[in-house]
Design a protein around this ligand. Structure first.
Ligand code: HEC
Ligand code: HEC
Length: 268
């Protein structure tokens, strides 16, 4: 009899625990799961009319045709979209919807908490080999409006899936430019050119250069082999992302970053 009571009490206690903590447990699971779903940015058609919409649309133009709409701040003819694919929408290419909710954030690179404007300045100086765009100018304001609009509905303070470039696990063999060259010739040169120079069509870049004077400089994120390998793995060859084995992504990244490119600009 006593044993039966004991069992009943145990069951009762479990039920009590579930009632008290079950919902919290379930919510915590749901929140963790949330970051596992790819966020969908709002559709293009939902950009509002009026002044705010104009600012967003201008930001999108700068993003997709940077040389044309913000050429005085750039030192090469890449567009933001050359690396942040599909107008800044594509997961795993540091999309703009991921960026807005990540900032302000601390960066080891300059040992301070950076605003989104400062982070964008960084891409102008290094990836675009240009100058620091004024924080309060129309260029940065428009890009921030575009990023803000694109992140509409994104949860804040959660690490959104696909919101950054990917970090690949360390490769089995150390990344090797010589092996990478073979990958490059076979799978990349068709579009980016054997000499890494890319291809221009009607005065605009059709396929961006991956090294040489028209490429990102030695201060850029892609000058780190690991960062470049993660981008290549998820996004290249164009529209065939994730088909390249990890080792090949590391090797071809090592090859590209072993080629000549503009120096890192002196600190301001
Ligand atoms: C040559 C490639 C390249 C170009 C061109 C480029 N970026 Fe970037 N950008 C990067 C890399 C690499 C990162 C770092 C992403 C990471 O660490 O996951 C980055 C990060 C960012 C971030 C912060 C995102 C984050 O996850 O922290 C923003 C915002 C951004 N870029 C905006 C721009 C804008 C605006 C332009 C055009 C003016 C531009 N970028 C041009 C490569 C590029
Ligand atoms: C079918 C053509 C095509 C192939 C093949 C291709 N790419 Fe690209 N790549 C592009 C285009 C186009 C972009 C720019 C995306 C945009 O503007 O929308 C790009 C962007 C890039 C970028 C970032 C921008 C820059 O210039 O630094 C890198 C790095 C890159 N590709 C590396 C590679 C590597 C490595 C391979 C081979 C594994 C490869 N690509 C194969 C078309 C291609």
């Amino acid at each position: 009899m006593r044993q039966k009571n004991e069992a009943a009490r145990r069951i009762f206690r479990i039920l009590l625990l579930l009632a008290a903590f079950g919902p919290a447990f379930i919510t915590a699971r749901a929140m963790a799961a949330e970051s596992n779903v790819l966020f969908s940015p709002p559709p293009e058609e939902s950009i509002p009319q009026g002044g705010f919409g104009d600012l967003i649309r201008h930001g999108e133009k700068i993003f997709t045709r940077t040389a044309k709409y913000a050429g005085r701040y750039t030192g090469n003819r890449l567009s933001c979209e050359s690396c942040h694919l599909d107008r800044g929408r594509k997961a795993y290419s540091a999309p703009l919807w991921g960026a807005y909710v990540l900032y302000p954030r601390y960066r080891k690179k300059n040992h301070k908490v950076n605003s989104l404007a400062e982070r964008i300045q960084g891409c102008f100086r290094f990836s675009m080999n240009g100058s620091a765009t004024p924080v309060d100018g129309r260029t940065i304001k428009s890009l921030i409006a575009y990023s803000f609009w694109m992140s509409r509905g994104a949860p804040v303070g959660v690490n959104l899936k696909g919101s950054r470039m990917v970090s690949l696990p360390k490769p089995e063999k150390a990344p090797d430019p010589l092996r990478g060259k073979k990958v490059y010739v076979a799978r990349c040169a068709l579009c980016h050119g054997l000499g890494g120079q890319g291809r221009v069509s009607r005065g605009e870049i059709a396929f961006p250069p991956v090294w040489g004077p028209g490429s990102y400089n030695k201060g850029a994120g892609f000058y780190k082999v690991a960062k470049l390998a993660g981008f290549i793995k998820m996004n290249m060859p164009l529209s065939k992302g994730t088909t390249l084995p990890d080792q090949m992504a590391w090797d071809v990244a090592a090859y590209i970053d072993s080629q000549p490119r503009p120096d890192k600009p002196a600190p301001k």
